[in-house]
Design a protein around this ligand. Structure first.
Ligand SMILES: Nc1ncnc2c1ncn2[C@@H]1O[C@H](COP(=O)(O)OP(=O)(O)O)[C@@H](O)[C@H]1O
Ligand SMILES: [Mg+2]
Length: 424
């Protein structure tokens, strides 16, 4: 009789997806809102990355609309160079994203260890990420947070874009909300006169420059210095630039870091900018026809014998986490939820890639209404005076500033700060 209580509950794999379907393995990442760990599906044995966000913390940080938006956009997206969503679900404590697992680590991790990357390697990533950006822009999505932290390698060394936390659908109207991580922000975002998806091509230029030279093109000791540098400073090359980058490579970097968005590389409308980029001499070694099938051998293959993750995530979880993640049955009574908790309950819906077709919530996703008002204390509003209904029509969220000091080549993990946000 005594053994009965210890027997695990049978898992209903035909029922709705939940945390009981997975074995929880090591922690591999931490971002502004969530933690990421490796999980294995108990039935299929497939490995995935589980990104989970504590709901109470999410309410406190006024990030409920962001999490719902990320969930909705990820359902729509499916591309070889994007970290795709496989399952989404929630329990009483957390919202969960189950994503393609990238065992090769993020590019911030590699940049910190190597100092800089070979031009040939960066060219390969720029080609793969350009393909991802062209796809996103074609379905009217701008990413807005392209930076090395959000570029992940699979175990073979192919680059994938992740973190759709501040991505948005864009309509005809231009956005004005300051969003992203400042060091990677295009000048037109900082100018606050409106911007469109062209900003992602600028961020790609900043990333490519940083990866090749080990330092960012525009820097400043304070956010305001950095802002000034992005808006005004002429593009300068490091002294040893010729040793690290070919002329055609510099031409591409210069083209992406063009301040006038209409002249910027990649930005000609209807995909023409992407086609122009593909034809550039720098990309001659890239076979664009087979790129998306991942047949080409990537120039940099992450070391499979080593963990390509910062060990501190796992240590932190073991030593400091007083509420370690555990599958728990849901409470039957959901009556006394706050407005934000109810919003998450209703709008962070389950997704199962084995059972459901991907779909777009656009333009219907304009109905994520933030129940949060005001700004988090201590965080400066980045959009003073912008009427809330401006965002309503644009479906924008504002995440501004960050802990990047912009100083020298130090590769500091950019942290997003929520300054204000409103979806509708
Ligand atoms: N699918 C994945 N596979 C492996 N590592 C991941 C995956 N997704 C995220 N990570 C790691 O976790 C970090 C944070 O994830 P991210 O989605 O960027 O969250 P945030 O929105 O909190 O920044 C990433 O920089 C990366 O190191
Ligand atoms: Mg991130």
């Amino acid at each position: 009789m005594g053994a009965v209580c210890c027997r695990p509950q049978p898992i209903d794999f035909d029922g709705e997806i939940n945390l009981f379907h997975f074995v929880l393995l090591r922690c591999v990442g931490k971002g502004a809102f969530g933690k990421v760990r490796v999980v294995q599906h108990k039935q299929t044995r497939e490995l995935y990355a589980l990104k989970y966000i504590n709901k109470a913390k999410c309410v406190k940080m006024k990030a409920v609309p962001n999490v719902i938006q990320e969930r909705r956009l990820l359902e729509e997206i499916d591309h070889p160079f994007i970290v795709n969503l496989r399952y989404a679900f929630q329990d009483d404590e957390n919202c969960f994203f189950v994503l393609d697992l990238m065992l090769g680590g993020d590019l911030r991790f590699h940049l910190e260890r190597l100092g800089s990357l070979q031009e040939e390697t960066v060219r390969f990533y720029v080609a793969q990420l350009s393909s991802a950006l062209a796809y996103l822009h074609d379905i009217n999505i701008m990413h807005r947070d392209l930076k090395p932290d959000n570029i992940l390698l699979d175990e073979r060394g192919n680059a994938h874009l992740t973190d759709f936390n501040i991505a948005v659908h864009f309509a005809e109207r231009r956005l004005t909300g300051v969003a992203g991580s400042m060091a990677y922000m295009a000048p037109e975002i900082l100018a606050k006169r409106g911007y469109t998806y062209y900003i992602d091509w600028w961020s790609l230029g900043v990333c490519a420059y940083e990866l090749i030279f080990g330092r960012r093109p525009f820097r400043g000791r304070t956010n305001s210095d950095l802002q000034h540098s992005i808006s005004k400073d002429p593009l300068k090359w490091p002294e040893d630039a010729d040793k690290k980058c070919s002329r055609p490579g510099m031409q591409v970097l210069k083209g992406l870091l063009e301040r006038d968005p209409n002249r910027r590389f990649g930005c000609k409308p209807n995909g023409e900018g992407y086609q122009e980029l593909r034809r550039h001499a720098w990309f001659k070694p890239i076979d664009w026809d087979t790129l998306e099938s991942k047949e080409q051998t990537p120039p940099f293959i992450p070391d499979a014998k080593k963990a390509n993750f910062d060990a501190s995530h796992e240590l932190e979880e073991l030593l400091l986490e007083d509420n370690p993640l555990k599958a728990k049955a849901r409470k039957a009574n959901q009556d006394n939820l706050s407005a934000e908790m109810r919003q998450m309950e209703e709008q962070f819906t389950s997704y199962d890639f084995k059972k459901m077709q991907r779909r777009s919530y656009y333009p219907h996703n304009q109905h994520i209404i933030s129940t949060a008002t005001g700004t988090s204390s201590g965080m400066a509003s980045s959009r003073p005076g912008t009427p809330a209904n401006d965002l309503r029509t644009e479906n924008g969220i504002s995440i501004a500033g960050n802990s990047l000091d912009g100083g020298d080549s130090d590769a500091i993990r950019g942290e997003k700060m929520v300054s204000e946000k409103e979806f509708s």
